[in-house]
Design a binder for this molecule. Structure first.
Ligand code: GDP
Ligand code: MG
Length: 580
């Protein structure tokens, strides 16, 4: 294919606005897949995607399309819409020259529509607005066209109105791709330069990378060097996705040697969560599962870690809660590995107060990773927490409630714009830790599902952080030390005490479960004394059942940890530490 007959484009949109359905129609229209089958989101290949009905991985397909007497090669990337996966979107965009910005004709512009538009705009890509679902009873493409004009400054006449479900007007989308998106600027005579924008691990073939070829060419047998790791790899096979893999002789270019394969790197804020095998004997299996899965999801960062309570494991960085859940589900479904995930924490920092300390830590600002090593106030000029700029788009009737929610989350309002008569866009600066766990769910429930949310990183701000201890009869439980914002200490402390109380087995004496800041106790629960007799449950004389119970109790004992004279089973830690 001559370069001028190639188009590289992504489909971007808010979640559920119809990206994957549009991709299906484009694949059918170009004869890439058979029309007679009932095709539904064919590019969503992962089990987790099919179950949740969402795209979490950007997917690629090459289409051949004849137009005006010429054949074109169209490389399409379908991207996820959810905020947690915007990393996949930005990585895909770096391999494209244009995007189809899909907007639902009924819902109109939503928070991720805005976020995704700006990603494309910053990357200087051609944006083709597509208004989808015009077949819906409540569709109002005119109103949505006006919103697009107001928010993105794109003339509403440029919008293509389609129904991806019924296939209405989808051919004009392909025509616009050819006419409005420029071909890539590649230099085939130069040495190889390619971007790895995705990779997976295949049991039989090793690493399979999806690449965007910028310069040069690539054939079987070539030795390539990663600009990121400086390691050399041999190419076993090259091909295109159509939409399934189709080996080709070579990917275009002229020179057999190559020297540069770059990786896209993210410096987004990460939510750190501990990941541990349920049983330590599973450590090696889990290690290999994590290695393979992170190859396919390189936005996850991995560091080895160990916990007094949970043993050897890792600290993984995720881009959000859904991202974490999806990663966990993929570990289970694709690698058959079960894990304990601990409540995520955000990267707090401390600015050291003296030259001596800076020398000791070799840094002026230290990131607080392990709460047990939280530097004391006397060593620090200030603590810092990460903040994000959040965008909420909502029907106006929910504005009041949403503002209250944002205030309760320590957010500061930055801006408020009406995008039409009954929709408003709010901008707030949020401490990241306030949206980590359930902000999105609360927002959805108080707006009956109508408000949408997205955010971008906005640096650090001063924060009043403190270290909180958890005590059992006056002895500190090392495993449960946490760093919290002073304002939230009581709520967090109380919740930990309650969960610990519920999961500690009663013992022969009473146990005081306390949360404390320094010597000040801020929350307390009591576990009443009780003598647990495992045999009491077995009425009658089923001896094998009794033996089983005794054996199980003995096994449980092996995993106990002692704090003072109190025995804590591993399960109790799991219940307190893992995300609910
Ligand atoms: P994505 O999250 O943007 O990939 O959206 P999907 O392609 O998965 O579509 C979300 C839902 O909208 C699915 O239930 C689709 O069947 C539906 N949908 C997509 N396009 C249309 C359309 O043109 N009309 C109607 N009525 N429904 C559509
Ligand atoms: Mg999708």
């Amino acid at each position: 294919f001559p370069v001028e007959d190639i188009r590289n484009f992504s489909i971007i949109a808010h979640v559920d606005h119809g990206k994957s359905t549009l991709a299906d129609r484009l694949l059918e229209l170009t004869g890439t897949i058979d029309k007679t089958q009932k095709n539904k989101q064919v590019l969503d290949k992962l089990q987790v995607e099919r179950e949740r009905g969402i795209t979490v991985k950007a997917q690629t397909a090459s289409l051949f399309y004849s137009f005006g007497g010429k054949q074109y090669l169209l490389n399409l990337i379908d991207t996820p819409g959810h905020v947690d996966f915007s990393y996949e979107v930005s990585r895909s965009l770096s391999a494209c020259q244009g995007v189809l910005l899909v907007v639902d004709a009924n819902e109109g512009i939503q928070a991720q529509t805005v976020a995704n538009f700006f990603l494309a705009f910053e990357a200087q890509l051609s944006v083709i607005p597509v208004i989808n679902k015009i077949d819906l009873k409540n569709a109002d493409p005119e109103r949505v066209g006006k919103q697009i004009e107001k928010v993105f400054d794109i003339p509403s006449e440029e919008c293509i109105k389609i129904s991806a479900k019924l296939g209405t007007n989808v051919d004009s989308v392909l025509q616009a791709v050819i006419e409005r998106i420029p071909p890539p600027k590649v230099h085939r005579a130069n040495p190889l330069k390619a971007l790895v924008f995705d990779s997976t691990f295949d049991q039989y073939r090793g690493v399979v990378a999806s690449i965007a070829l910028f310069d040069g060419m690539l054939s079987k047998g070539d030795k390539i060097v990663s600009a990121h790791t400086k390691k050399t790899y041999e190419v076993n096979q090259v091909g295109i996705l159509n939409p399934n893999e189709q080996p080709t002789h070579k990917l275009r270019s002229l020179q057999p040697t190559c020297n540069c394969v770059c990786y896209y790197e993210s410096d987004l804020f990460m939510w750190k969560s501990g990941v541990y095998p349920i049983d330590q004997s599973e450590y090696n299996n889990l290690k290999s599962a994590i290695e393979k899965l992170t190859l396919n999801d390189s936005s996850v960062t991995v560091h080895r870690d160990s916990s007094l309570a949970l043993g050897a494991g890792w600290r993984l960085g995720f881009l959000g809660l859904l991202h974490m859940e999806v990663f966990n589900q993929r570990l289970e479904q694709e690698y058959n590995a079960s894990v304990i995930l601990t409540t995520p924490t955000v990267p707090y920092k401390a600015v050291l107060s003296s030259a001596k300390l800076i020398k000791e830590y070799k840094e002026k600002e230290i990131t607080i990773i392990n709460p047990a090593q939280f530097p004391d106030k006397s060593k620090v000029t200030e603590y810092l927490e990460p903040v994000v700029l959040g965008t909420v788009i909502t029907p106006t009737e929910y504005t009041g409630k949403i503002m209250e929610l944002c205030q309760a989350r320590r957010a500061i309002q930055k801006n408020m714009t009406f995008i039409d008569e009954n929709r408003v866009m709010l901008k707030y600066l949020f401490p990241l830790n306030e949206i980590v766990v359930d902000f999105y769910d609360s927002l959805k429930s108080l707006s009956s599902g109508y408000a949408s949310f997205d955010y971008e990183d906005a640096g650090y701000q001063t924060a009043d952080l403190i270290k909180m201890d958890i005590l059992l009869n006056g002895n500190i439980v090392e495993e449960l030390v946490t760093v919290v914002h002073r304002e939230k200490a009581y709520t967090v402390g109380k919740s930990i005490c309650e969960r610990l109380k519920d999961s500690l087995p009663r013992q022969l004496f009473e146990i005081a479960v306390q949360a404390a800041i320094g010597s000040k106790v801020i929350a307390r629960e009591t576990v009443k004394a009780y003598r647990k007799n495992v045999l009491a449950k077995c009425y009658g004389g089923d001896i094998t059942r009794k033996m089983k119970l005794l054996k199980r109790q003995a096994e449980g004992k092996k995993k106990l940890r002692k704090i003072g004279n109190i025995e804590i089973p591993k399960n109790a830690f799991i219940k307190v530490l893992k995300t609910q």
